[in-house]
Design a protein around this ligand. Structure first.
Ligand SMILES: *Cc1c(COP(=O)(O)O)cnc(C)c1O
Length: 713
């Protein structure tokens, strides 16, 4: 064997350096088998794990456990994956195979060991890269490396959120320094009126897709700029616009530094929209064309995805700040202040209007979309004033509904069940609806037992977490009865989300007595697992969270209502794999898509949700439960009361009776038939593979073709 002198330690390091491992449980199980306690202690971080073990220790443990062949097999599988030629992109990718898609996002959620995401937007971006990699679509990600990431959450006695920030340790992360053509560390630099801003670049390998992360913590910067990329969504407007300058302009300059010509630039949300301006500047400089032609040309290859109809979700910067930070750049484009501001204004002649990143992105992209059918519609109405001469249906915003990266969210036990029923290659063929017909062949009892074992796993996870939390909070009753917390035979509802007002995470608490009756029902009780963070500066969100946490602290039903702290990738994975029902109660139509409910689909969970976002196009009566009929009211407090009433009614009349309707063997056949309908018809439709394929067919290939028709190089 040519490679026989390569140590297992080295092979494991190769595996750990590519995030491919995060969606391959067979690699994770190597680490948990080697040392489960260390694996937990290093927060599921394989690089940290290897940094704390010597090659000899690995060799010895592996021999004791006979792990050699598993490690070598995983190593070969990764190699085959990287080299695979027959993926979708190689066959259908056309122009993209010479000019990749460059995907910009302010956050990427890839795994709990890389806390450079805050929530849904980041997870979506991570899932997008993973599916692009699986499907062989040439792509490069661009983002920021936050040295402190997003906070970790603890609650105090009063249920008030405490935020904890820790510095990431670069040597424990799978990062490689990016070098330029001369072998020097690549540094990008941007001039602004408050001084130049520099950043170095790290590469994170996500399967076949490299993700470039900008890091402002370099010698060239003043102290303030070194801390520019410390935290995700921290700081004031000035810090934020400088972060976005770094992401958009700095990100585009990475490509120049590496001589990469993008075929498509995909802006995931408006944070990175300054990339449009850098594209324009480059064409003006290299091709000597005027601003307007360069702007039109750039818009040919820019794809823009907007993610929220909530006004506060769209960055807006005051004119003075824009001039201070982008004045030098504006001069290079040969624009007056007003002309520059017009790029980010709905009404260019309104001199008081701030500069909106979404407007810049919409004006600078030929192809843009919302993230569900309903959100597409809402976005067209919302941005209608940008195209005053067009009707809603003519407005150039379409929609592509989000999906989730199935292998990142699917329980290994479910994977195996599908493997035996649908065939070993089911996961690469999941976007073909016909393979899912075989789900009907799965025995009800087998599906139910698999689900129950996953629920038990979730319960054990919650008990471990609750134990630690309760010791800290001095909740002695909970500590003493920890083995009675949650019961696998009780209908289990998961309710985890960011605590923001429009998500109404407390809707289920609105009629407390009625809820307590359901929880304490003698024969057909329910139990609820809550989780979620509030933004550090959102006190309303924190009050919502507090209300939920305090409810869970009540000793009268502490065994049936729990709040698991620090909602992150890890907590989410346990929850979506083990719950019976995923509860989602946003104020319609403000949840643009919502992806957490999609994560339960193939795990056999059922959705109970307001008809908003993706659920509005997924619900069919026999594949989950709807709260209300999609009604809306101008007065949000009336809508709140109505939806609460619908929620209780649906629980009492549909969800609970269906769940507890059992045969003599204890199997709820009707419920299982809902599970099967969900798996069969929804799993693939709301997968990131389907989503990425939609982007490729409807946007990327067209954008890349339009661009190559215009440019020679
Ligand atoms: C999936 C996920 C989200 C997004 O959930 P939504 O219901 O779409 O808001 C947020 N946070 C974490 C940790 C997730 O895994």
């Amino acid at each position: 064997m040519a490679n026989s002198n390569v140590t297992l330690h080295t092979r494991l390091r190769v595996l750990a350096m590519n995030l491919w491992w995060t969606w391959h449980p067979e690699v994770i199980s190597i680490f948990t088998d080697l040392d489960p306690y260390l694996w937990r202690r290093v927060d599921h971080n394989p690089i940290a794990f290897l940094n704390q073990t010597t090659p000899d220790e690995i060799e010895n443990r592996a021999s004791e456990l006979v792990l050699h062949s598993r490690i070598n097999y995983a190593f070969r599988r990764l190699d085959e994956y990287i080299k695979k030629r027959k993926a979708w992109g190689a066959v259908h990718g056309g122009n993209l195979n010479s000019r990749p898609v460059v995907y910009f996002s302010a956050e990427f959620g890839l795994h709990e060991s890389l806390p450079i995401y805050s929530g849904g937007l980041g997870i979506l971006a991570g899932d997008h890269l993973k599916s692009a990699s699986d499907m062989g679509i040439p792509m490069i990600g661009i983002g920021l490396l936050y040295q402190q990431g997003y906070f970790s959450q603890l609650l105090n006695q009063e249920g008030w959120q405490q935020e904890n920030y820790v510095n990431l340790d670069i040597k424990n992360l799978p990062l490689q320094a990016v070098r330029d053509a001369n072998g020097q560390p690549l540094v990008v630099m941007i001039d602004t009126r408050t001084g130049p801003l520099s950043a170095r670049v790290w590469k994170l390998q996500v399967g076949r897709v490299p993700l470039m992360l900008l890091d402002s913590n370099v010698e060239e910067n003043c102290k303030e700029d070194c801390e520019l990329t410390s935290r995700l969504y921290g700081g004031d407007d000035r810090l934020r616009i400088r972060q976005e300058i770094l992401l958009g302009i700095g990100g585009a300059r990475i490509l120049q530094g590496l001589n990469i010509f993008p075929g498509v630039v995909h802006l995931n949300e408006g944070h990175s929209a300054f990339a449009i301006l850098e594209g324009i500047r480059r064409y003006m400089e290299y091709d000597g064309i005027p601003f307007h032609r360069a702007h039109r040309r750039v818009s040919q290859y820019v794809v823009f995805t907007t993610h929220t109809p909530v006004a506060a979700g769209h960055d807006r910067f005051p004119p003075d700040l824009v001039e201070e930070q982008l004045g030098l750049f504006r001069e290079k484009l040969g624009l007056s202040h007003d002309d520059f501001m017009a790029l980010g204004r709905v009404n260019p002649s309104d001199k008081s209007e701030p500069f909106c990143m979404t407007v810049l992105a919409l004006k600078g992209s030929r192809r843009s979309n919302g993230v569900s059918a309903l959100h597409g519609h809402v976005s067209r109405l919302m941005w209608q004033p940008l195209w005053p001469s067009k009707s809603e249906s003519e407005s150039p915003i379409g929609h592509i509904t989000n999906g989730v990266h199935v292998l990142s969210w699917l329980a290994p036990q479910m994977y195996q069940l599908f493997e035996t029923r649908l065939g070993p290659d089911w996961s690469t063929r999941m976007v073909h609806p016909d393979i899912w017909e075989m789900v009907d062949e799965i025995d009800d009892g087998e599906l139910w037992e698999t689900h129950q074992s996953l629920k038990m796993r979730l319960i054990r996870f919650c008990r471990r977490r609750l134990h630690t939390q309760s010791v800290r909070l001095g909740h002695d009753e909970t500590v003493n009865l920890i083995d009675q917390i949650l019961d696998p035979d009780v209908l289990t509802i998961g309710c985890a989300r960011r605590f923001a007002a429009y998500k109404r995470g407390d809707l289920i608490l609105s009629q407390t007595e009625r809820l307590v009756q359901l929880i304490q029902d003698a024969s057909r009780p329910i139990q609820i697992i809550f989780a979620g963070k509030a933004h550090p500066r959102d006190d309303d969100g924190k009050r919502l969270l507090q209300r939920v946490a305090q409810f869970s602290y009540n000793t009268a039903y502490r065994n049936r209502v729990v709040f698991v702290e620090n909602y992150d990738y890890n907590v989410a994975r346990h929850l979506v794999q083990g719950v019976d029902v995923w509860l989602n109660t946003p104020q319609r139509p403000l949840e643009a898509c919502g992806t957490s409910g999609q994560k339960v689909l193939l795990n056999g969970g059922l959705n109970l949700s307001v008809l908003d976002g993706w659920w509005n196009e997924a619900y069919e009566g026999n594949n989950g439960f709807a709260i209300g009929h999609g009604g809306m009211h101008n007065d949000s407090s009336i809508q709140y009361k109505r939806d609460a009433e619908y929620l209780y009614e649906t629980l009492e009349k549909e969800v609970i009776p269906l769940y507890y309707d059992r045969d003599v063997g204890g199997i709820p056949h009707q419920w299982v038939s809902f599970m099967k309908n969900t798996i069969k018809t929804l799993g693939w439709r709301f997968s990131a593979d389907r989503m990425v394929k939609d982007y490729a067919e409807r946007f990327y290939l067209k954008a890349a073709t339009a661009l190559s028709a215009e440019t020679m190089y």
